[in-house]
Write a protein that binds this ligand. Structure first.
Ligand code: HEM
Length: 297
């Protein structure tokens, strides 16, 4: 028996809990430990801010906003794990997928608890609001689906459901992503920076996944760059259309604001730069692989 196999066998025999900082062989994983710390940090920051009384008058609003904001960021990050694994040829990142997904669930479960707290535990009123307010209905459907995914994220549940059924169920994470973006965006009359950026990142990830067959984007730097350009243009156009429909402002003027760098870069630029950075990383990885292969032969 190899050492990792022996460690798994020992863990199973003594029923040691599978700590999130251990790998499948039961060894300490610096990558998993560092990710765990990063995922816990926002929660610590939120609790510390509340304990220091910085938001005492608006504590529940602050809790709702911060848990919602971190929940959606981590949720979108969980959708990026598989694409990053493929584009960066980084197999180790896959062991983080479950932890990132469960972290998104924890923040969003706290988000719902904060809302219940805000409504003074009046569950009938909470249920009524969820039925009456569309953005809450959408959020609730998203969170219910995410709860099903978190509850079936263990090895035992994968075994019980069978790989095919488990994969089919877990594909609903793409729908959850869309519901989450919708829930967030519906709260603003005008496109806000972060919902626009997260929506663009979601579109990028979904288009990357949807490309298959001859059109597959995969880890081709050129195709990744073209995808990023396309999504950046779509983001700028979508933002201008939204502002035009909401306020009647001239859409071309809003579009031109993307070229005014005096105050800030608009979300479209972040998507473009982020996508180009990934394309560059994919090119560097390809070059590295080529050099290594040439050395071996
Ligand atoms: C997948 C599930 C969900 C996600 C990703 C999510 C995410 C978010 C985000 C990002 C915000 C905006 C935070 C900010 O202002 O920066 C927000 C606000 C909010 N969410 Fe959720 N949420 C979800 C489910 C729910 C559920 C189930 C409820 C309650 C039934 C809820 C109630 C609220 C409320 C009341 C606000 C504040 C609205 C305001 O500021 O007036 N959310 N949510």
């Amino acid at each position: 028996m190899s050492r990792p196999q022996a460690a798994v066998a020992a863990r199973t025999a003594f029923r040691l809990p599978a700590m999130p900082w251990r790998d499948r062989a039961g060894r300490f994983s610096p990558l998993k430990a560092a990710t765990l710390v990063l995922l816990v940090l926002p929660g610590v920051w939120i609790l510390a801010s509340l304990a220091m009384g910085r938001y005492s008058a608006l504590a529940t609003e602050y809790l709702i906003e911060e848990t919602g904001a971190w929940g959606i960021r981590i949720l979108i990050l969980s959708l990026a794990v598989t694409p990053f694994r493929r584009i960066l040829d980084w197999a180790a990142i896959l062991q983080l997928r479950r932890m990132v997904g469960v972290a998104a669930f924890v923040y969003l479960a706290l988000h719902l608890c904060a809302y219940v707290l805000d409504q003074k535990f009046d569950l009938a009123r909470v249920a009524g609001e969820i039925v009456l307010r569309t953005y809450l209905t959408i959020g609730f459907v998203g969170l219910s689906l995410l709860t099903a995914l978190a509850a079936t994220s263990t090895d035992a549940m994968i075994k019980r459901l069978g790989g095919r059924r488990w994969r089919m169920l877990h594909r609903s994470v793409y729908l959850i992503g869309a519901l989450a973006i919708l829930h967030q965006s519906m709260q603003f009359k005008l496109p806000e920076f972060e919902p626009t950026l997260l929506g663009a990142a979601y579109a990028w990830l979904m288009l990357w996944r949807a490309s298959s067959g001859r059109l597959e984007i995969g880890r081709s730097p050129l195709r990744l760059a073209l995808l990023s350009l396309l999504v950046a243009l779509g983001t700028a156009l979508g933002e201008a259309t939204w502002i035009h429909l909401a306020t009647g402002a001239d859409a071309t003027m809003v579009l031109r604001a993307n070229l005014d760098f005096e105050y800030e870069f608009r979300p479209a630029w972040y998507v473009l730069f982020g996508g180009l950075a990934l394309a560059t990383a994919a090119a560097a990885r390809g070059l590295f692989r080529m050099v290594r292969r040439a050395r071996v032969h």
